[in-house]
Design a protein around this ligand. Structure first.
Ligand SMILES: Cc1cc2nc3c(=O)[nH]c(=O)nc-3n(C[C@H](O)[C@H](O)[C@H](O)COP(=O)(O)OP(=O)(O)OC[C@H]3O[C@@H](n4cnc5c(N)ncnc54)[C@H](O)[C@@H]3O)c2cc1C
Length: 449
């Protein structure tokens, strides 16, 4: 019998798991987060006003069984038409905090929020979540909703040998984009959505120096477009074979446009991933993932326009290549990088390097204390593609014994090894809702009853 669920992480995943437990008349919930601001998490908590959602508001409801919920919330605040487009991420943070506040008010005594750093989870008849300050939370089940792991420092950069102001390992730390001179050059590692956020932040803070963004392929995320003509979506899941998937995508892109061809796959991607062999998954990650990411996870049009303007003005240069080495000098860091497809290197002196290479998931390489501890103890293990925490279809973590754990679950981006498409709100909301219904014993009741 599950009366009480403890959830580690109060970002979107953990908060929505808690709220859905209460909505389904399920177990009471304790949300544990090391940050003071429960609800918004990394994505929506400390955003800048220039950071927009990269999904239209109409697709950002927190509830799969109430798809217009976020738009109605915006409408009530007079945001009207803006609700149909791309609104600031800060507004979404307010929405999530509001949902948590309402859940606490509507279900008195059933939601507790604890500020603390979870350092261990032990499961026997019950589950004990140990906190770094010596306290603990005892529950009947635990959900790990810890978000993404931070990126690794590339091996060519010896962070310890660089002055702290020269290298920002954590691009979300305000210091990463602070105290730069007008003539400085910033090297951003990575050219994806995180790079775009950091460039917008530098821009908003008035930085007018040069920005060089470097990644292996130098691919930038594409932009959303105005909704096009309606089309007849595919009805069947394409075969999870990379070569056939590429062929299907090409054919459909020619018929309905590449954006629609990608979007119509969404209902099938988790199934396709599940049906693919490990070899197919690894091929996809190696060869197709960079292209998938830039087409799948798109920019709000206004953001794409600003990035294009910065490129046109010459302030932002996006290049393809790899760092060869980096050495601290008096005037900055001398970086030698090898352009893609060439054997010679080019040199550049930069005053700061900001790591925007994106989240990592490999549990054996993490220094994050809780996940490190649970991996060492064999409570969790890396999934076969080394993308995160191994879970089964019911989100039960799988330990080194290969047995799904009936008391410990995982949610969100760290379950991408099992689900792949589990990064953005439209997917995580389904996952949080499904798990909460299962833990509330509501999953056998038809939706909406
Ligand atoms: C910058 C950014 C922008 C995004 N924009 C969009 C968007 O516009 N649209 C969209 O659909 N998706 C977007 N996403 C993707 C998606 O919405 C997020 O990844 C999602 O919010 C993930 O939420 P989460 O709760 O899993 O992780 P997080 O938000 O990272 O929350 C995890 C929480 O766990 C806590 N935590 C971790 N370990 C511990 C521990 N040991 N003890 C206590 N607390 C712990 C952390 O403090 C954190 O608050 C964005 C993601 C990012 C990073």
């Amino acid at each position: 019998m599950i009366d009480h669920v403890a959830i580690v992480g109060a970002g979107f995943s953990g908060s929505l798991a808690a709220i859905n437990l209460l909505r389904h008349d399920g177990p009471r919930a304790t949300l544990i987060d090391r940050q003071p601001d429960a609800g918004a998490g990394l994505a929506y908590g400390a955003a800048h006003p220039s950071h927009l959602l990269n999904v239209r508001a109409a697709n950002m409801s927190a509830f799969p069984d109430d798809p217009d919920h976020f738009v109605r919330w915006l409408d009530r605040r007079g945001l009207g038409e803006a609700g149909r487009t791309f609104v600031p991420r800060l507004a979404y943070g307010d929405y999530l905090r509001d949902l948590l506040d309402r859940a606490a008010a509507d279900f008195p005594g059933r939601l507790r929020i604890v500020r603390g750093d979870a350092s261990d989870v032990e499961a026997q008849d019950r589950v004990t979540i140990k906190l770094a300050d010596g306290d603990c939370v005892i529950a009947d089940a635990a959900i790990l909703a810890v978000g993404n792991l931070p990126p690794h420092t590339p091996p060519e950069i010896d962070a310890a040998a660089l002055a702290p102001a020269r290298y920002a390992a954590d691009c979300w730390n305000p210091a990463a984009t602070a105290e730069l001179g007008a003539d400085d050059t910033v090297l951003v590692l990575g050219t994806g959505l995180t790079m775009v956020d950091v460039v917008l932040l530098l821009d908003a803070k008035g930085f007018r120096g040069r920005i060089v963004a470097l990644s292996r392929r130098g691919l930038l995320p594409h932009a959303h477009a105005a909704p096009g003509e309606p089309w007849v979506p595919i009805k069947e899941r394409p075969a999870p074979v990379l070569s056939r998937l590429v062929r299907t995508l090409r054919e459909r892109a020619a018929a309905i446009g590449w954006r629609s061809a990608i979007d119509e796959l969404r209902p099938f991607t988790q199934d396709m991933w599940r049906a693919a062999s490990l070899a197919e998954r690894e091929r996809f990650i190696r060869h197709a993932r960079p292209w998938w990411d830039i087409h799948r996870h798109r920019l709000a049009p206004a953001v794409a326009t600003r990035i294009a303007a910065l490129q046109e003005s010459g302030q932002l240069r996006v290049v393809a290549g790899k760092i060869a080495f980096a050495t601290e000098r008096q005037e900055g860091v001398a970086v030698d990088w090898r352009p893609r497809g060439r054997s010679d290197t080019q040199g550049i002196v930069v005053q700061r390097i900001i790591n925007c290479t994106g989240p990592q998931g490999h549990l054996h390489r993490t220094s994050e204390p809780l996940l490190h501890r649970l991996t060492q103890a064999g409570v969790i293990q890396p999934d076969s593609a080394r993308l995160g925490i191994d879970v089964d279809e019911q989100m039960r973590v799988i330990g080194y014994d290969g047995v799904p754990n009936d008391r410990i679950f995982a949610l969100g981006p760290m379950t991408r090894g099992a689900f792949w498409e589990i990064v953005a709100v439209p997917d995580i909301r389904n996952q949080a809702w499904t798990l909460a219904r299962r833990l509330s014993n509501a999953h056998w009741v038809a939706e909406g009853l």
